[in-house]
Design a protein around this ligand. Sequence first.
Ligand code: CTP
Ligand code: MN
Ligand code: MN
Length: 484
Amino acid sequence: MIPLKRRKVSLPVNQQNDTCKFPHVSIFILERKMGASRRAFLTRLGRSKGFLIEEIYSSSITHVVSENNSGDEVQAWLGNQTGQDTSSSVHLLDIRWFTESMDAGQPVIIQDRHILKVKPKPDGDHTAMLLKSYACQRRTPLKHHNSFLTEALEILAQNAEYNDNEGRSVAFRRAASVLKALPRRVRSMEDLRCLPCLGDHSQRVIKEILEDGSSREVESTRQSEQYQAMKALTGIFGVGVRTADRWFREGLRSPDDLIRTGQQLNRAQQAGVQYYDDLQKPVTMAEADVISDIVEKAVHSVLPGAEIQLMGGFRRGKEFGHDVDFIIKTFESGQEDVILAAVIQRFKSQNILLYSDLQESTFDLRQLPTHRFEAMDHFSKCFLIVKLKREPEPDSGAGRDWRAVRVDLLAPPLERFAYALLGWTGSTLFERDLRRFARLERGKLLDNHALYDKATNSFLSADTEEDIFAHLGLEYIEPRQRNA
Ligand code: CTP
Ligand code: MN
Ligand code: MN
């Protein structure tokens, strides 16, 4: 028997105290498959007999009544409403319980035949996980079944970003991310029932692709001059959306246009233009391995006890990346402030450094986590372009025996290592939702540096990523399942 944990504390606006005879039974009638008019009829009937019937689903509901829905469907609907697993806190009941109660003039004892059966959850809560609305509550593998839809939605997300519309961009990314977590290919709109984060616009796009094979909006965006130019211009290292947009308005379309018109470029952008072709080529896992060796040797030459670890896309299992991200673990306080300059010095002396931007630490232990997602963190870090040895390409004339590769190094203080690693492993949407979940669901502030509990005004310490998920009351999601 499921205990009735939640009792009514306040009455709904449209029901007077004197008409409610059974305040411990708070009923929600599901409209799904029943229709609004039958629901309204049953609501009036129930209320006339002194039953407490709520219009809106909330945590005070004790009995959910539905007609022609399976337990799984009702549970999925509830999960979608609440973002939580509600199975243990409410009775999911067939309409028969309601009609029998009406006949009896009081809530009848719940019998087995009234209870909607919910399938036991396969391997570790998997189905319920899919329905959760925060990306950090779901497992999202790299390879999934719906790229034909997610790639389309991500073009619209990218385009919204180019137009400085962050809200719209995140909405499309959320929709794509939910589809990435599905265990099978979407074949009809029916398959999308009960899924969170699918707004009207995303649904329209999906419907068109399912019916016609492609979406006109996506295809015209993909072909548009603005989209293509913004993609080319923001693809230059050191160029953000603002700058690219200004250039686009001035009639510039490509890196060649920048050179041809003699645009003023900062140091990063100069390097970005100079190594554009190399940096456009994805870095392979094999190349990342070679760079790991180079970085590790450099770090050990300065601090033999220090450790390095991959972060970013490669840690999430990607086979290609736009760069390679490393975190350096130092064990004595202060070492994090000197290690990067030493590594850069060594790369210079090895003649493999093409560009470096070293950002000294501005980290302060007492600083509260920021809620601005775009804010840069305060750790020591550097953004590099290095030479990677390779076989010269036969048709490349002079035959350079190297290619340029982007490398990011991060050196946080030891006590914040877990937060830094979690923050830089991504994906970006996963990070965004971790922070949003912490703030909205747990009253805690999270960023790359720390987790702060607003209820107790204290920082929560963590040695590992697992500790951080545990502080947040989240199931641990391994890096390879963070490809939200
Ligand atoms: N990140 C960050 N602060 C920065 C740069 C990056 O917190 N100044 C985080 C981002 O949120 C991202 C992760 O570090 O989740 C990795 O960033 P990036 O290398 O840009 O992306 P990847 O996921 O590694 O993708 P790619 O394979 O294209 O490199
Ligand atoms: Mn990366
Ligand atoms: Mn990076």
